[in-house]
Design a protein around this ligand. Structure first.
Ligand code: NAD
Length: 252
């Protein structure tokens, strides 16, 4: 598989789900991984998994929505080759049942959090002579999903942000791409089912799995493999692209 030997990678939200899988895989492929995570306990667990496997990693407890915290973390990290903007939260609701507080919470983590990390990372990547950025978009960036008003807004913004950054930093050799997963089996999905369908977890899990053309949810490891390719030198001709990783959801 693709090597990240000698690279330094920042993964936000690396304590769970897709971010955890990306952190483990990147470390296994030789990167020094910096997990930027709100949940220190979850991040510490991933750190010990990486260390047990012989990899290099550090944890930075921070809220990506807070620019001062993000700037401090990137200051500590120093040299940087790869940024994966993965931290994200969900909200279920249409316009009418999305309060201003709900909207602002989703916006502050999913959109402003990604911006804060880009703001901190881009000058470092430029100084380094280039690098790779991968942002977590979603199928909700592309198609209408019922009751995901604020979430879809945030993931549409990620898609546009990716294009903007890719365009602006072509000459600086910073490649910026996004991934658009459909449902991937992570604590994010389990939490959503438990909160919204208590007592019907198995039935809803099955229903959601079958609602995807391929007949199942994705795995965090499948998404991590795509991230690895996009961040590797082998993807050197790829920038400004969004990659659905969706079991056929968008097109089939
Ligand atoms: P998850 O909930 O399992 O993990 C997200 C991690 O981000 C958690 O560890 C959480 O503590 C961390 N986090 C949340 N807010 C943070 C903040 N403000 N600062 C720092 N860390 C924070 O989620 P996941 O399913 O692995 O999703 C990861 C990303 O993939 C998200 O951006 C999500 O929108 C996107 N995505 C997920 C799916 C899916 O089906 N799981 C589908 C499409 C897109």
């Amino acid at each position: 598989m693709f090597s990240l030997q000698g690279k330094t990678a920042v993964i936000t939200g690396g304590g769970s789900g897709i971010g955890r899988a990306i952190s483990l895989l990147f470390a296994r492929q030789g990167a020094t991984v910096h997990i930027v995570e709100l949940n220190a306990e979850a991040a510490a667990h991933v750190l010990s998994e990486i260390q047990q496997a012989g990899g290099q990693a550090q944890v930075h407890q921070a809220n990506v929505a807070d620019q001062q915290q993000v700037l401090q973390v990137f200051e500590q990290i120093g040299k940087l080759d790869i940024l994966v903007n993965n931290a994200g939260i969900a909200h279920v609701g249409n316009v009418e049942n999305t309060s201003e507080a709900d909207f602002e919470r989703v916006y502050s983590v999913n959109v402003k959090g990604a911006y804060n990390c880009l703001f901190a990372a881009v000058p470092r990547l430029k100084a380094q002579g280039g690098g790779a950025i991968v942002n977590l978009a979603s199928i909700a960036s592309h198609v209408g999903i019922t009751d995901r008003f604020a979430y879809s807004m945030s993931k549409g913004a990620i898609f546009a942000m990716t294009l903007s950054v890719a365009r602006d930093y072509l000459a600086d050799k910073i490649r910026c791409n996004s991934m658009s997963p459909a449902r991937v089996h992570t604590p994010f999905v389990d939490g959503f089912i438990a909160k919204n369908y208590p007592g019907r977890e198995e039935e809803i899990f099955d229903k959601l799995s079958k609602s995807q053309p391929i007949g199942r949810m994705g795995t965090p490891e499948e998404v991590a493999t795509l991230a690895l390719f996009l961040c590797s030198d082998e993807a050197s001709f790829i920038t400004g692209c969004d990659y659905p990783i969706d079991g056929g959801f968008i097109r089939l």
